[in-house]
Ligand binder design. Sequence first.
Ligand SMILES: Cc1cc2nc3c(=O)[nH]c(=O)nc-3n(C[C@H](O)[C@H](O)[C@H](O)COP(=O)(O)OP(=O)(O)OC[C@H]3O[C@@H](n4cnc5c(N)ncnc54)[C@H](O)[C@@H]3O)c2cc1C
Ligand code: FES
Ligand code: FES
Length: 464
Amino acid sequence: MAVASPVAANISFRLNGETVHAPSAPSHTTLLDYLRARGLTGAKEGCAEGECGACTVVMVRPGEAGSVYKPVNSCLVFLAQAAGHEVLTVEALAHDGELHPVQRAMASGGGSQCGYCTPGFVMSLFAEHYRPGRNGACETAAMAGNLCRCTGYRPIRDAALSLGPASADDFRARLARPAPTLDEFACNGFARPASLSECLGLLAADPGARIVAGATDLAVDTNLKGVRFRRLISVEAVPELRGFDDAAAHVDIGAALSLDEIASRWTAAPTFFHEWLELFASPPIRNRATLGGNLATASPIGDAAPMLLALDAEIRIAGTASIRGVPLHAFFTGYRKTALQPGEVIHSIRIPKPLPERVRFYKVAKRRLDDISSVAACFALDFERASRVAKARFAYGGVAATPIRATTAEDAVAGFPWDAAAAERAQAAVARALSPIGDHRASAAYRLAMAQSLIGKFHEETPR
Ligand SMILES: Cc1cc2nc3c(=O)[nH]c(=O)nc-3n(C[C@H](O)[C@H](O)[C@H](O)COP(=O)(O)OP(=O)(O)OC[C@H]3O[C@@H](n4cnc5c(N)ncnc54)[C@H](O)[C@@H]3O)c2cc1C
Ligand code: FES
Ligand code: FES
């Protein structure tokens, strides 16, 4: 298979209904940078780290039938990643001086004061307004990734709730047609291969190159920490990394699927998965962030690891010779270190079946939604006859240098009834086994107290 070469090429994509050819730019240039330099200044830079939503635009992505509008943070999309995509900004909405119904609802409902956040809110609400299958009012959670510092959220919420069904306009008509398919693409400092062998070939040829998936971590590094990548290799168009298989013996989730795509493909996903998903960042982040990216960062406070550790997941790693499986607990080898070898990529995440009988995910953070965990925990129990615990898995993030299983706590409940005494034994084991580190998010003592009290909460919520 031919390996895409790093050539200077225009970055072509559909923008507000026309094809644009952006000149090749340094790989850290964001879509937001490009839009604003082009005079499309509706999208604003507030935080440059995916927190405020002022930069929200929508991408046209594949839907169940045709397409769907998905809000994304343009500050976290590298310009080269936009190649081949279809993007709408707030400037596309009004026609002949007539506001779009979403804009009218925000304006007439008093949903905007200084207006800095407004284009971002409008684009999130625009995507929700046209969400295929929406029967009732717009879901206000669709704007969970947008912050407003001056209007107050009630008029914004009321504006959203005032919107009726989307009218039969050009925007709705667009959704009947397929979304663009992403092809192989390369420009200076960036390559997007369209097969796994090509991706691995690129990595082998340039070991210093960095994989990029959704860029929701990497673009924060480039925007705020001044990190520069000589070459990025995108996995967004590698079909082998975008598979999904809900089979009899396991669920296989492609490493390069966005969290939102996983949710739409895993139609039989258990309740705890949806609870976990809702607590993971915001809709625009979930539309881009991948499981592969979350695990590869090996962040001790990443939210995927505790859940997947409690499910006994295996990481499937692709190298030029083969695909190898590594149990997730062996994947994290140290603070922000993994078992990935040079030239390897995460292929998929395999969750064995049957899933545990009782699973709950808990996240302790300063805000309930759209915040990084101070402590995250996922607990899973299987039972044998007489209500004894057959198998327990207690997994944590935020209490050690890596996400971990508290195996002594698991041993303290296995073989016993799941009663208050068992929960107390597990709490005592956690106190002995864990020695968290304190930081600006939470002190060590607080993290340990949370790790213990979440077991009590789990017991209260899963009586047997
Ligand atoms: C506002 C905001 C809120 C967030 N909230 C949360 C949250 O609630 N919980 C949470 O856990 N995280 C959160 N994050 C962090 C981030 O969104 C996640 O870690 C996300 O899953 C990263 O995925 P990505 O595809 O964007 O990774 P990228 O940024 O593309 O890549 C991250 C790292 O993974 C590597 N990588 C990516 N894919 C692969 C692969 N297939 N094989 C090998 N290496 C790979 C890259 O080289 C890079 O080192 C948040 C981030 C932001 C900006
Ligand atoms: S500028 Fe704040 S989310 Fe992009
Ligand atoms: S209207 Fe001023 S920040 Fe929202």
